[in-house]
Design a protein around this ligand. Structure first.
Ligand code: SF4
Length: 706
C-alpha cells in the first residue's frame, strides 16, 4: 500500500556539489520503518530530475537508529556516555575556555567542513574569531578545491568553481576533463557531456585510469600520476608551434604571455611523452580536437588539484584556455568541478584560515574594517590568518607554545579524510580537549571528550552554493529528533557560556537571521550576496553570485567583458614541470593515486550507514594492473598490502587493465586497515597548502590472509 503523503518539500540532496533538486514527501510514520522509503525516516525522496543512488537513499541517514540523538560525554572511566545538553555544553565551554586561559587563544582551534551551510560556515568563522579570539580556523575544503581556487584567483582575480552555468556545457565545441570522474562522483552531471557529444562536440578525458567517464570520451589520455602540469605544457607547446595562438585575445585581454610561452616551448612533445607516458600522436590529436571548434572548455577536479604543485598545474591548464582565446567568451573557459556539497559557499564566508566573509582577505585593512563594522567590534580584535588545514591538524597536541591543545570540530571526519591519517589520528588523541558536532558517531567523533548531536539537511533550513556559484535553499522537511540541536544553536549556547557579551544578537539560532547578516558582511566583497534573499531563491530557483542588490539579476556568466583583476586582464602563470614530492625508488617502486567510487561519499561517515550503498560498495580495494599483479603473484581478491613511508593499508586486489601498470588506485572512504589516507603524502602546495593526495610512492605486496 502506498504511504499517505501529507505534503512534499522541495529541497536539495545532502551530498555533493551538484546539489541536485529533490522533493521530500512526508509519510507520517517514520518510527516503525513502514514508510515509503522503508528506512524509518518518515520521509521518502521524490525525484525532481535525476538523482544518483546516494541522493535517492539519502533519507536513510535521518533514521533515529542511524544517527546520534543524544549528547555524549566522556566519563572518568574513559567511555562516552549519554548526557544532557546543559552538561555537554558546559563541558565544552570549560574545555575551550580552560585551554585558552592556560595557553592562550591560539591554543584553541576550530575545524569546519565543506558540507556546512553558508549560514553555519559564516557563524563558525565569526565564533572562532570573536568568541574564541583564535586565528586557528580552517576546514576540510582545503583538501578539496584549494589549488583551483588559488589558480583561479591568480589568473582571473576571482575564484568561482564554474564561471558559467552547467547548461553551457552542451553548447561548447570541446571539453578537456582533467582528473575528473563525474560518472561516479556526480552521475547526473554526465548528461551535459552526453548532450555535448550529441551536439557534435568532443570530450577528452585525462586520467591515469580508464574510468567510467573516460569510457565515454572521444579521446582518453592516461598520464603518469603527478605529470598533468607537463601534459598541459606539451599541449600548449603544440598550440604555439602550430600557429594556433589567438594573438588578438592574448594582446587585448591577458598579461604575462611571454613567460608562459617560454615555459611551454621548453616542454617539447617528445620530452612530455617521456615525462607523462602519453604518446606524441595522442598529444597532437588532443590539440586538434581542442582547437578545431570556436568554443572550448577545460574543467579540472581533484586529479590535477590535489598535488604539491596543484596551483601551478591548474594554472597551466588555464594558460591553455587563455592562449587559445577560450576564456571570457560565451561557452568557453576554465572551470573547476567542486566536490563537497557546499565546497563553493564553504570557502566564501570566513571558515578559511586567511579569509573573512564575502571572500575577503583577512590581511586587507578595508576588509577587516567592513566585517568588524557588521559584527560591531573594533577591527583590531580580529586575529590574523591562521594555519592551513593540514598544518593545523599536525599541530594538535603539540606541547610547545605554538601547539594547539583544544579543538572544536564541526562537519568533518579527518581521521579518515586527512592525509597521513594515522599520524593525524594520533595528534587528535593527544589533545587536551576535543569537542565534535556531528550527525553520526564518526571515527573522529569517537575520539572526542564531548559529542554534540546536530541536525542535518532535511531537518533544518539553510543555503548552499553549488559548483556553479548558484545559491540554493535547502528547506526543512521534518522535525529533528528531540535530542538534536542545530550547529547554530550550539554556537549560540557556547557563546553565552563563554561569556561573550553579544551572544544574544550576535549568534541567532534562526538561519534566516544569520543569512541576513551574511548578506551585509559579504556586501561589496568578491562573493557578494547582498541582493540574495530566501524569497528570491525560492522564486527564481537559485541566484548566482555576485548579486550586489535586490534588483540585480545575479551573474551566471563571469568575465565576458573583463576579468576581475585590477587591469581587467587575465594573468598567465609561468611554471615548468617538476616531479611529484615522492617519486618511485627501489623501496617504493609503484605510484598510488586515490579517489572516490560511485556509491560512497567522502569519508563515508554518512553513506557507509546506508544499506543499499554498502551493498554496492562494501569496502576498500586496490585496483592493480594484471602485469603488476603477476609480478607480485596476486590473484583477484587476494589481500594486498600497500605500504608507503607513512604506513600500511590492506585491501583486496581488483585486477584491471583500466589502470596504468606503474600505478595502483585506492578509494578513500573507509577507516581501519583499508584506510587509503594512511598512505597519502602531506607535502603541501606552497600557494594553496593543498596536500599531495593524488600521488605518492608505495610498495605493493601480498598480505597475510585473514
Ligand atoms: Fe546528490 Fe551529488 Fe548524487 Fe546529485 S549527484 S544526487 S547532489 S550525491
Amino acid at each position: 500500500m502506498s504511504p499517505a503523503m501529507t505534503d512534499i518539500t522541495d529541497t536539495h540532496c545532502p551530498y555533493c556539489a551538484l546539489q541536485c533538486a529533490m522533493g521530500l514527501a512526508r509519510t507520517g510514520d517514520g518510527e516503525d520503518g513502514s514508510n515509503g522509503a522503508g528506512d524509518g525516516s518518515g520521509l521518502r525522496v521524490v525525484e525532481r530530475g535525476a538523482l544518483c543512488g546516494k541522493g535517492a537513499t539519502a533519507t536513510a541517514v535521518l533514521r533515529p537508529g542511524t544517527r546520534l540523538t543524544q549528547p555524549l560525554v566522556r566519563g572518568a572511566d574513559g567511555e562516552l556516555a549519554p548526557a544532557g545538553w546543559d552538561e555537554a555544553l558546559e563541558r565544552v565551554a570549560r574545555g575551550l575556555s580552560g585551554t585558552r586561559q592556560r595557553y592562550g587563544a591560539d591554543a584553541v582551534a576550530v575545524f569546519g567542513g565543506g558540507g556546512l551551510t553558508n549560514e553555519k560556515a559564516y557563524a563558525l568563522g565569526k565564533f572562532a574569531r570573536l568568541v574564541l579570539g583564535t586565528s586557528q580556523i580552517d576546514y576540510n575544503g582545503r583538501f578539496c578545491m584549494s589549488s583551483a581556487a588559488a589558480a583561479g584567483n591568480r589568473a582571473f582575480g576571482l575564484d568561482r568553481g564554474l564561471p558559467f552555468p552547467l547548461e553551457d556545457i552542451p553548447r561548447t565545441g570541446c571539453i578537456i576533463l582533467v582528473g575528473a570522474n563525474p560518472a561516479e562522483t556526480m552521475p547526473p552531471a554526465l548528461r551535459y557531456f552526453t548532450e555535448l557529444r550529441a551536439n557534435g562536440g568532443t570530450l577528452i578525458v585525462i586520467d591515469p585510469r580508464r574510468t567510467r567517464t573516460a569510457e565515454q570520451a572521444d579521446l582518453h589520455l592516461a598520464p603518469r600520476p603527478g605529470t598533468d602540469l607537463a601534459l598541459a605544457l606539451g599541449l600548449l607547446h603544440l598550440v604555439v608551434a602550430g600557429g594556433r595562438v589567438d594573438e588578438a585575445f592574448v594582446a587585448e585581454r591577458t598579461s604575462g604571455w611571454e613567460g608562459a610561452r617560454a615555459e611551454a616551448m621548453a616542454h617539447w612533445p617528445e620530452l612530455v611523452e617521456r615525462i607523462t607516458g602519453v604518446p606524441v600522436p595522442r598529444l597532437r590529436e588532443a590539440v586538434e580536437l581542442f582547437c578545431a571548434p570556436q568554443a572550448a572548455m577545460v574543467l579540472t577536479a581533484r586529479g590535477p588539484e590535489q598535488q604539491a604543485k596543484g596551483t601551478d598545474t591548474v594554472g597551466a591548464w588555464i594558460n591553455l584556455c587563455l592562449a587559445t582565446g577560450r576564456a571570457g567568451r560565451p561557452y568557453s573557459g576554465y572551470g573547476c568541478l567542486t566536490g563537497q556539497g557546499n565546497g563553493q559557499g564553504g570557502r566564501e564566508h570566513g571558515q578559511k584560515a586567511d579569509q573573512l566573509p564575502g571572500y575577503r582577505m583577512l590581511t586587507d585593512p578595508a576588509a577587516r574594517a567592513h566585517v568588524a563594522g557588521v559584527w560591531g567590534v573594533d577591527p583590531a580584535v580580529l586575529p590574523g590568518p591562521g594555519r592551513s588545514a593540514y598544518e593545523l591538524l599536525d599541530a594538535l597536541g603539540d606541547p610547545s607554545p605554538a601547539g594547539i591543545r583544544a579543538l572544536l570540530l564541526m562537519g568533518s571526519n579527518p581521521v579518515v579524510s586527512a592525509p597521513r591519517a594515522a599520524h593525524i589520528e594520533d595528534r587528535m588523541r593527544s589533545l587536551d580537549f576535543l569537542a565534535v558536532c556531528d550527525v553520526v558517531l564518526s571515527e573522529s567523533a569517537r575520539l572526542a571528550d564531548v559529542v554534540l548531536p546536530v541536525t542535518q539537511w532535511a531537518e533544518e533550513t539553510g543555503t548552499m552554493t553549488n559548483l556553479e556559484g548558484r545559491v540554493q535553499l535547502r528547506r526543512r522537511a521534518v522535525d529533528p529528533p528531540p535530542g538534536c540541536r542545530s550547529d547554530l544553536a550550539v554556537l549560540r549556547g557556547l557563546a553565552r557560556r563563554l561569556g561573550w557579551a553579544g551572544w544574544e544578537r550576535g549568534f541567532p539560532e534562526e538561519p534566516a537571521e544569520v543569512f541576513a547578516e551574511l548578506r551585509r558582511a559579504s556586501a561589496g566583497g568578491v562573493a557578494d550576496y547582498a541582493g540574495i534573499s530566501y524569497e528570491r531563491i525560492a522564486a527564481e530557483g537559485g541566484v548566482f553570485w555576485p548579486c550586489p542588490a535586490e534588483d540585480h539579476p545575479g551573474t551566471p556568466r563571469l568575465f565576458l567583458d573583463r576579468f576581475a583583476t585590477p587591469d581587467g586582464r587575465a594573468r598567465f602563470a609561468a611554471a615548468g614541470h617538476r616531479p611529484a614530492a615522492e617519486e618511485p625508488d627501489a623501496e617504493y617502486p609503484v605510484l598510488l593515486t586515490t579517489g572516490r567510487v560511485l556509491a560512497q561519499y567522502q569519508s563515508g561517515a554518512q553513506t557507509r550507514r546506508v544499506a543499499e550503498l554498502n551493498a554496492a560498495a562494501p569496502g576498500p580495494f586496490v585496483q592493480v594492473h594484471p602485469r603488476l599483479a603477476e609480478r607480485i603473484g596476486a590473484a583477484e581478491g587476494d589481500r594486498l598490502a600497500v605500504v608507503s613511508r607513512r604506513g600500511r593499508a590492506v585491501a583486496p586486489a581488483r585486477i584491471s587493465t583500466a589502470i596504468r601498470p606503474d600505478t595502483v588506485f585506492m578509494p578513500f572512504h573507509w577507516p581501519g586497515e583499508g584506510r587509503a589516507n594512511t598512505l597519502t603524502n602531506p607535502a603541501l602546495d606552497p600557494a594553496s597548502r593543498m596536500p599531495e593526495f593524488k600521488v605518492c610512492a608505495v610498495r605493493v605486496e601480498r598480505a597475510e590472509p585473514v
